[in-house]
Design a protein around this ligand. Sequence first.
Ligand code: NAD
Ligand code: DAU
Length: 343
Amino acid sequence: MILVTGGAGFIGANFVLDWLSASDEPVLNLDKLTYAGNPENLAALQGDARHVFVQGDIGDAALLPQLLAQHQPRAVVNFAAESHVDRSIHGPEDFIQTNVVGTTRLLQSVRAYWQGLGDAQRAAFRFLHVSTDEVYGSLGPGDEPNSPYSASKAASDHLVRAWHHTYGLPVLTTNCSNNYGPYHFPEKLIPLMIVNALAGKPLPVYGDGQQIRDWLYVADHCSAIRRVLQAGRVGEVYNVGGWNEKPNLEIVHTVCALLDELRPRADGQSYRSQISFVKDRPGHDRRYAIDARKIEQELGWRPTETFDTGIRKTVQWYLAHPDWVAHVQSGAYRDWVAKQYVG
Ligand code: NAD
Ligand code: DAU
């Protein structure tokens, strides 16, 4: 069995579904079910004994030892985090609590469990920490993590490294670029543009829209994590990316073009007419990009989707899942989005 944290969120849910479609090894899925965690993402696993779901916090120092003792996982894959940069700007504390304090407590519980394993199991055990390219900052000389989100993720990366260096915990870290695909919460650029376009709402582009992100289809991130877990060298950091650097405005134009083709507006106008340039994100990083040569050369991993195939699949998925969109857009989430950068 493996323990997956945050497995009801965007990437975690894709990973759990992918894992159980490729293997019969069970998954213990620990997720707090914040606004971003959605059991509906895992509906396909209802009644499947290979998936054990527990609602709980990675920082719960009473729950973790009990779960680890009961289920005896051979590995932990840590997705659980607060993940949205804009939210971290408006309210950083949750980010510190989960990404820094929560990761620390998780590491402590896992270390105690790992130290109690027999020799062979202890040697084979892995703690894989899922992190982000944002920890490298905006890629200028000497740049550092710039947002409360990226600072909290960088802190978690350092903690994971320290638990290896100090205690010998067999850790692996992946730093991945921007993901997109099914189950992506529509507060993030690509799904927000799709759902706003279909709802006839403005498409808010921050600043001049020329900021660059490096996009990777989520299934390719999942396959990279599987590969690193299987063959990564303990203590190493692997960058994961799709060699797909694109300015935000180009992404929005591509989404509009696909919607124009697949679900044309009744008035015959392009969805591009809904684009609205709004106030920039404070401290907005100009560019992220990943050099993925290490994972490609050392572990033979390659992405299978191009941006063209991945974005088409993504738009098609959202068109086919209006109920999922309606559910995640209800309640507190909607109120929060309404307060964001308008005008
Ligand atoms: P997400 O916000 O969609 O999901 C996060 C999940 O973690 C949710 O299910 C949430 O309920 C759960 N969670 C939050 N706090 C928790 C806690 N204290 N205890 C247990 N569960 C908790 O995020 P995502 O986009 O799926 O990102 C997953 C991980 O991948 C994060 O660590 C993120 O930093 C990293 N990452 C994301 C991207 C991206 O483009 N989305 C890229 C690189 C790395
Ligand atoms: O780089 C990896 C990171 O990618 C992950 O670590 C984060 O968890 C994930 O949220 C993502 O962070 P970004 O800030 O890059 O993603 P987001 O979708 O929020 O924004 C992408 C770009 O689009 C960014 O330059 C801001 C811009 N943007 C975003 C939104 C939501 C807009 O112009 N308009 C918007 O409405």
